[in-house]
Design a protein. Structure first.
Length: 359
């Protein structure tokens, strides 16, 4: 998956150099900075920071919820194979981050010269090699989770590479990104429950949200689009209603586990009361995170507000994942996913990550 839905381009970025490939805060000469020559430890820290920026480490907190929501939709408890699916998702996600910057290196040299590759802090060959290695690791972890998981991970990896190398700047770009998120959720279902059919509705809802965010992100450096954030705002309202009000039928595993006297499905296949309250609360959190920045970008589609809209849409991914898990009756899983949001914010505020956008 690419930076388009993992980071608002230019948001919270470090101050760029005066020209592409010019000195940055990490690489300035002593004469330019007025300091002393950086020692080995500072050099290593600078390299680590550049890779953290390239890979958008804070955005990783939006990834585990895909597999966990998929497992919940399949009616299975998360287990060791779910962890392998999460590991596979993380590797493929980071492969997309590295590949995205490698593919955009010429564009970034003009528009975002502070990025790790055009600024010279990360070599293009190293970024491409990292993308390849991470893709291989992701497929290997999926294979460890079983053949059904690998059968989903393979097209997911192909979608990631196709998006970054060919589809990103075409009309098919948002659809490809949506497909990648949907497949990531199905990967968790396949690894945990062995099948994906029961998880298709959740994958469609998550993919639709991703489609809306990606459509907005296509104008985040230029602004000027009222239609995209307005459509995303309408999509957020529709998804919130579908997630919180639609009558759902619990997966077979959860129906079988609901014994008389224990919390189980209500009339007409509705989730248990506790699940319904939690789903409503998480759906409201999703709407609150996404709707406000979309609305502001609709009123004023400037690049800064469009970037904020993209960031809000990305942050809203976690409460949506949690709501999808709660909707499937997996209360504990949904709370675990919801906890990733504050954990991600805390991680992003760490001193060493100040130059890495949480979005």
């Amino acid at each position: 998956m690419s930076r388009t839905v993992a980071t608002a381009r230019g948001a919270s970025a470090p101050a760029g150099p005066t020209a592409a490939g010019g000195p940055t805060a990490e690489t300035a000469t002593p004469a330019a900075s007025g300091g002393t020559t950086p020692g080995p430890s500072r050099s290593r820290s600078g390299r680590a920071g550049a890779w953290a920026e390239l890979l958008r480490l804070p955005a990783l907190f939006t990834v585990p919820g895909d597999a966990l929501a998929g497992a919940a939709a399949a009616g299975a408890r998360p287990g060791p194979r779910t962890l392998l699916a999460i590991g596979s998702s993380l590797c493929l996600y980071e492969a997309g981050m590295a590949l995205n910057d490698w593919a955009d290196r010429a564009e970034d040299a003009v528009e975002r010269p502070h990025r790790p590759i055009p600024s010279g802090r990360v070599r293009p060959a190293a970024a491409l090699a990292a993308a390849g290695a991470l893709t291989g690791a992701g497929l290997a972890l999926a294979a460890g989770a079983g053949r059904p998981a690998l059968a989903v991970a393979a097209p997911l990896a192909a979608t990631v590479w196709a998006y970054d190398l060919a589809l990103k700047h075409t009309p098919a770009g948002p659809a490809a990104m949506a497909a990648a998120r949907g497949l990531d959720l199905l990967l968790g279902a396949a690894a945990t429950g062995g099948g994906t059919r029961a998880a298709l509705p959740s994958a469609a809802l998550l993919g639709t949200h991703t489609l809306a965010v990606t459509a907005v992100s296509r104008r985040e450096t230029t602004g000027g689009s009222v239609l995209a954030p307005l459509a995303a705002l309408a999509t957020t309202g529709a998804l919130t209603r579908l997630v919180t009000h639609r009558r759902t039928r619990l997966p077979a595993g959860r129906r079988a586990a609901a014994a008389p006297g224990l919390p189980g499905p209500g009339p007409a296949g509705r989730p248990p009361r506790a699940d319904g309250v939690l789903t409503t609360a998480l759906g409201a959190a999703y709407a609150a995170a996404a709707a406000r920045p979309y609305f502001h970008a609709t009123l004023n589609p400037s690049p800064p507000l469009t970037q904020r809209a993209v960031g809000g849409g990305i942050r809203a991914t976690i409460p949506l994942q949690a709501a999808l898990a709660a909707r499937s009756g997996a209360v504990t899983t949904s709370l675990l996913v919801a906890a990733l949001a504050p954990a991600g914010r805390l991680f992003a505020r760490r001193a060493g990550m100040r130059k890495v956008s949480i979005t």
